[in-house]
Each structure stands twice: as structure tokens, then as C-alpha cells.
Ligand binder design. Sequence first.
Ligand code: PLP
Length: 828
Amino acid sequence: MKYSITEIADILHIKEDRLNDQEAVVSQLLTDSRSLNYPKETLFFALKTKNNDGHNYIAQLYKQGVRNFVVDHVDEVTRGMRDANFLVVDNPLEALQQVAMSHRRKFNIPVIGITGSRGKTTVKEWLNQLLKDDYKIVRSPRSYNSQIGVPLSLWDIDDNTQLAIIEAGISTTGEMGNLQAMIRPTIGIITNIGSEHNDGFASMQEKASEKCKILTSCECIVYCADDPLVTSTIKPLLDVDVAQEIAWSRTDATRQLYVKSVAKTDKQSTLTYVYGGKQCQLTAPFTSDRDLENVVTCLAVMLHLGIDPAVIAQRMKRLTPVGTRINVMEGVNNCTIIADGYTSDYNSLTPALDFMFRRSSKQHDNAVILSDLKPDVYSDEELYIRVSELLWAKNIKHFYGIGADMCRYGKYFKGMECQFFKSTQEFVDKMSQGDFENETVLVKGAPEFDFDQIIDLLEAKQHQTVEEIDLNALAHNFKFFRSLIKPTTKAVAMVKADGYGTGSYEMAKTLQDCGCDYLAVAAQDEGVDLRNAGITMPIIVLNPSVVNYKSLFQYHLEPEVYSIIEARELIKEGAKYGAKNFPVHIKLDTGMHRLGFIKEQLPELIELLHSQDVIKPASMFSHLCVADEPAQDAYTHMQLDYFEQCTQVLQAAFNHHITRHILNTTGIVRFPEYQYDMVRIGIGLYGIKTCYDGSEDALKPVASLHSIIISLKDWPAGTTIGYGRHGVLTRPSRIATVTIGYADGYDRHFGNGHAQIWVNGTLCPTVGNVCMDAVMVDVTEAQCQVGDRVEIFGEHIPIERLSEARDTIPYEILTSISPRVKRVYYRE
Ligand SMILES: *Cc1c(COP(=O)(O)O)cnc(C)c1O
């Protein structure tokens, strides 16, 4: 929908005479400069977040043709842009929300607001699938921040819209009131309330109360009556404010929607339910309890909207799963594959492209493989014209369209190399791995196109053991540690040893997005790789054995200085490459006795530093060696005390402030009063707990390791298994061979029952010695077949259990996973 700029100015209480161009028209709201598509009609909101400031992108957007901006101040540069409108407000985010709120109020249509800990996206997408024959629907795209995402979704409502479905996620108290005021849902849904995102709330009760605020003033609310917390929180609301409720239950036949029975087969479930005194049935192609919970929620909404149970049953049969995960995989010929199995429509394309751009490296071209899109708000022709414009604006080099519509509307695709295929099969037949090289490839297809075939073709296959890395969990863990330190304290993320074995580049990208201040790597090469991949944040190099000073200075990698000899070397080499006041980090030895200056060496160091201007101390730091051993706290306090003395000596010798830092993961938790200017977070980022007093329980595991059963056999008692015949069967047993061995980092000490592998819900002991590429497992108690995926560590087997079995620490387990094991990164 289009607004004149004067209408927008009105909403924001800005006088029209402040506008340079009163004729301007706005049809697009923009908050992320990377998502720019239609400059002329775009209104850009310069939002300030913890890590970024939208005002920094104004000049660039102006160059790209944007002329309308909402800002919190103007400066010399923007004042010079005389043909552009600057709407100056106190807070651009609030202004965005005000515009959305005012827009929303113009429409008297049903609006569904969904909140809950999980299932929001699935319920939203399923309601769309189930209701799109009856309504023209606007719904929120995949979005990571509701305070911004909700206003942008509401903006999409126009005169044709008959129903809006909006997802409202919150992470802390006070947020839902704001969202409710914008969305003004007529139907409110609570999917469920689990323990996710607990850190923002004092208690489960507080979280439930906050979430339930979305239900205020709804005509109808939908929730599960079997959850006592939700039910008790909603009860007081029902008395004052809500017209109707559809509380569903599996046990209480007096509830509005009673699910009487659930009969499951392999692939589907049949639900018998009672609503309005009538008993009906439906069958949905899902069997997990989580999916069925979402099915019932959708059912309740459809019943409320008056849709006939026979029609509901018909549509439920055709529901397709919603892939909420984007996978990042290593592809053939140095490609990166980004696989998005989310719904295929225009709405979800922009977030996928944005994700791709955040991941893609500078040396890569970008390619997109896309299936036919589901027609949405736009007519077919307009839809494909818009897709083409979007891809063109994003500088996509190669485009592959798959499906009948793609072929039909291919003529609209301009400005890139395009190829079209009638079917996925045709693509797989005609294309080969050699057609893709040094590219980041977005593979996005509707489920019915079975793009797994394409991913099979493009994925670099090495070996069937994979380490999966959950980037959401990483961001969560980073935020957890951030919440333990003062806002002014900076954070260094330790991504040494290739990110504790998980792969430093993906981790660094995610941490950079999270607003981390510094990265630390072990070796200079790791730093160079990160720079080449586009990491711009400051990087400290810990490992002192520099071999190539040129790249150290050229790539602006800040070294640790631990000895006079090394400092002299740095000064000599730095001078060659024109370094001036190059930041370095002084390492103090306070008790580890590995590397660093002791107090007696400081005068010599100070003299050396004063004699030159090639390097300049940016920080001084030390490392605790027994932070995790309460029995040795006296030693830690000695270290902290010695650190204080040394840093005072150093600081006194310089006029500029030198940053101080000494805490590692455990230190942050146990000695927060010594956080100084900065802390260094290591193992905790990867979700490993170092304290067992509950203080780190909020951490989520980041890495999980899986392998595959490649053979199964039954043997009689007395049979021996493996090298050395150490595995002697004491009963008739079923033995599986799993394709992971000590060459993958699965230590030989895990053999002979010293570790277990999780096989479809059963913990199964290893039998006999671990081989180089395989291990045998006793699966007599488990249900399994050849080809099944098994867990080595992850959700069901904590890494700590493996490190205990081997009498080592989780650090070693993580960093021992061999490079030949493929890493797969994903986020929800
Ligand atoms: C590895 C390392 C850390 C991080 O330690 P964790 O125990 O993993 O938090 C901090 N500082 C230095 C100097 C390190 O080498």
C-alpha cells in the first residue's frame, strides 16, 4: 500500500514544512540496508542496535536512490542531501512501530496473533496452508526480532487482505504489551510454554504472564488446557476481557475441544475429537507429539472460523512439514551450500537471501536454485517479475529456476545468467558437480520438489560422520555470558584451534553478528583465513610463533607479546611494513608459568616500548590456571593480586588507557568482580559447563557428533569381536558396525564398553577395540537397521560423559574430532 510522505509525517507528529519533498510516496519500509529492493518508494528507519547504527548506512542508501529516512538526528552530511526527506524522531524503532500501529488500525479483518516457546512458525505456516483457499492472507516472514519483524509484517496488510497471521516472539518482560498494541489480534494463540529463553525472565510464571498478554482483548483465544501453568495464568483474563476460548484437552471432556483419541501408524495419525457436542475425525501426515500439538491448535482456529469438519479433514491430510532450519554445508569445488527447506514463497525469499549474504565470502559468486513459488499476494506474472528484480538487486550471478511456472515466466528474469528446468529430475540429469565452483549457492525449494536430490549432488561427501553445529545455541551462549558481565565490559570470543574444533569461520560470523568485541585465534593462519572470509572485527593472535610478519600487519592481526625477544622482533618487522602504533596485547605470567612477563621484567619492557612507535600496548592480560577448582581459590586470588600489581606498574608508564583482562569462562562465573575492561569466553561458548553448581545450566550444547550404522549381524554367545579379540560376547548379541574410528577422533579408550552410543533411544555399549575407521556396538537392546543415524555425543550423550570415560577434559574431546569429519552448520 502506498502512503504519501505527508501522511507518514502526520502519524509521527512531524510538521510538513520540515519535508524537503512533500510529493514523495512510500510503499516499502526498510530497516536493514541489505534488503533494499525499491529505492524510490522506500522509507528507511535508521535503527540503533547494540552492535550497529542504521545512521551509518544513510549515505550509501542515498547513493542507491533512497530519499526518505526516519532518523534521530541530522548531521552535516545528511543536511546536504537537499532532495531527501529526513523525519527526525526521538526513537526510530518506536516510530516504525507507530507507523505500523496506525496502519493496522485501518483494517477491520481477523488477525491471528501467535506466541509460545515452540511451534509458532509451524502453526503460522500450517494455518496459511489450511486457510489460503478461504482468505487472502498476509503473514509474517521468518524473522529473528519481533519488535522489528512484527511492524514490517503488519505493513504488508492492504485492501485485498482478508486475514493476517502474525508471529510474536519475546525474550524478556515488557515486550509483549508493545507487540499486542501493534498486532491487536482478534484471535490469540498460545502454542505452549517451555523453558527456552528463560534468561530474560525471573520465573516460568513471569514468562507465562508476559506471553499471555497477547490474549488481551481477543475475541477468541486458543490454548492447551492440559498445561496447568498456562491455564492458571489465563484464568483471570477470561473473567474480564476475552469473549470466547477454545481450550483443548486430551483428558478433560468438558473442554471446548476434546481430543478423545489419537491412533498412530508409521506415517500418520488419526485424531478423534469432540467439538460443539459433535464427534469428528481427521488424519494428518505426522506422528510426533509436537507436530500433533500444532495440528490441534490449527484445528481449534479452523473450528472457530466456522470451517466444516469435512473440509478440515480434507485439508489436514495434505499438510506439509515446515523446514524451519537453514543448513550451511560444505559443497563440491569449494562451494558453500545454503539449504533452505522453508516454504517456497516470495515472503520467505528475502530472509533466505539475507542469510546467504551474511554467510557468503568475498571471493565467492552467488547463485540461487529456486523452485516454483506458491502464489501469494501477487499474481503469477508480477510475482516472477518481483523475484527477478530482487535477485538482480542482490547481484546474483547465476540463477536456476525449476518447475513449470519458472519455465513459463523465465522470460522475466534479467540481468543474470539464467537456466530453467521443468523438474528437479531434469536439473539433476543435466547439471553436474563441475558446473559449480567457488560459489555460495542458495538451494530453496518447496518440499514437493524434493531438492534433497540437488543437495546430494552439490554436497561435498567425505564420510558419513558429521559434526553438527547449532549456531542459535552459540548466539544463546554468548548472550548468556554477556548477561553476566557489565554492559561496559567487552567480550573476547576464543575461537582458537579452529573454534575448539567446530570451525572458526562460521562461529566468527555468528559472533560478529552478536556484537562480540574481539576474536582470539591461536595461529596467524587462522586469522588470515577469517579476514579473507570477510571477518572485520579485531582479532588477537595468541600463538606467538609468527612466521609471516607481513600478513600479520597487512591483515591487521593483533599479536600477543610475551617476551622481550618477541617484542623486539615485532618492532623490527613492523617497521619494515610501515606499522605505526600497531595494537599489541601484553601477556603477564601471574601463575600459569607458560608464557608472559613477570613483574621483574616490566621495566625492561616499558623502556623498549617507550623507545619506539611501531607497536603500542592495547591491552594487558593474564590467564588463570585453577579458576575451576574452589579448593585452590587461594592461588587464584594470588594470581588476581599479582595481576593488579603488574598492570598498575604498566599503566603508570603510559598516558593512554590500557585495557585489562584476566577472566576465562569459569572466571566469569566464579570471579565476576575481576572482570576489569574485558573478559575472554572460551569453552562456555560451545555450551560446555565448567561449574557444576547450576550457575551455567542455561548453556546449550553447540556441537553434536553423529555417525551411521553400516552393517548389522547376529552372533552367538562366545563370539569375539574386533582386533585382539577383546570383545567377547557373553550372550547371543546383535552387533552393529558404526562408521567412526580413532582416525575421526573417536579415541581407542572408548572401546570395550568404556563409552556408549545412542541408537534410536537406547544407549548401546561399544564392543571390542575401536578400529581406525569403525567401531562395533552392541545393539541387542535397540531397534535399528543399516543406514540409521546414531549419536556419538549431543542431545542425549553430553561431551562430558565421553571426557570422563577417557579421563580427560571436554576441550580435548572437541578439538580431537578430525578435520575429515564434515561440519554442518545450522540455525533455526
Ligand atoms: C583458551 C583461552 C581462554 C579461554 O578459556 P576457557 O576455559 O575455554 O574459557 C582464555 N584465555 C586464554 C589466554 C586462552 O588461551
